[in-house]
Design a protein around this ligand. Structure first.
Ligand code: GLP
Length: 249
């Protein structure tokens, strides 16, 4: 397994940012998937800083979001569309042709999901996918219990996130909130993956993801089977794993 442990937050954020920048340099027309959350926010800021410093060309690169909140306006600050635009897309000057997101609202999510995944394929498939890790082992909105061969579609959201979004958006009690996400099978089709996890709140789930059995109880455990997945961790997230043992082929 490929495991990288960064000693400081700055090293962690920069290492992840360089994975994105290097992919763009290697393949300007790359298709790159991004995640939202506390872990990836700083990484996105570093990509923007690098762009200002070395001014690489992103005009041919496609960026897309791994997942999206449903039942809210996409301009709501907690929608992935809005977060990615604010954190990275607008700053890099990416146009709407090169920024693909699943919708927050739709009369036919199944059709939208196939259009979305077909479009990623049409552009050559996912070259790089940056994945955050949920404290319960979720990837995107694929919560524990999701079949390991799931495909792009609607998903439920955990109670804490739902409560926060209801509070922030003032959604009516009967308004349905959820998520729409690439499935685990779609994720496994990415050519290269970088899983990013930092902080002591991720220590236990990092150990279960890397050392536990591959099971839908911990969706991220499926990444053990991916041929080109790097696990980029900080020292706190990596503190209980035996890295040398895991690095052995
Ligand atoms: C949310 C997102 C995931 C993300 C996860 C991790 O659930 N839907 O895509 O990976 O949060 O978030 P954080 O980095 O804040 O722990």
């Amino acid at each position: 397994m490929k495991i990288t442990v960064a000693q400081t937050e700055q090293q962690f954020d920069l290492a992840a940012a360089w994975r994105i920048v290097n992919m763009i340099a290697e393949r300007p027309q790359a298709v790159i998937g991004l995640s939202t959350g506390r872990t990836t926010g700083n990484i996105h800021r570093h990509v923007c800083d690098l762009h200002r410093a070395i001014n690489f060309d992103v005009s041919k690169t496609t960026f897309f979001g791994l997942d999206e909140v449903t039942g809210v306006d996409r301009e709501y600050s907690g929608a992935c569309y809005k977060m990615l635009r604010t954190e990275i897309i607008d700053d890099l000057g990416v146009d709407s042709e090169h920024f693909l997101m699943l919708p927050t609202r739709s009369a036919d999510f199944a059709a939208e999901c196939s259009i979305f995944t077909d479009e990623l394929e049409r552009r050559g498939g996912i070259d790089l996918l940056i994945l955050g890790l949920g404290e319960n082992g979720h990837l995107g909105f694929n919560q524990p219990g999701t079949p390991l061969n799931s495909t792009c579609g609607l998903a439920s959201m955990d109670e804490r996130l739902e409560a926060r979004i209801r509070r922030e958006t003032g959604s009516a009690a009967d308004a349905h909130l959820g998520g729409v996400t690439l499935g685990l099978r779609d994720i496994m089709h990415a050519k290269r993956i970088v899983l990013v996890a930092k902080g002591a709140n991720k220590t236990d789930i990092v150990r279960r993801m890397l050392c536990g059995s591959i099971s839908s109880d911990v969706p991220a455990s499926i990444l053990q089977l991916h041929p080109d997945c790097e696990f980029l961790l900080d020292a706190a997230a990596a503190q209980t794993i035996d890295i040398e043992q895991l690095r052995k082929p």
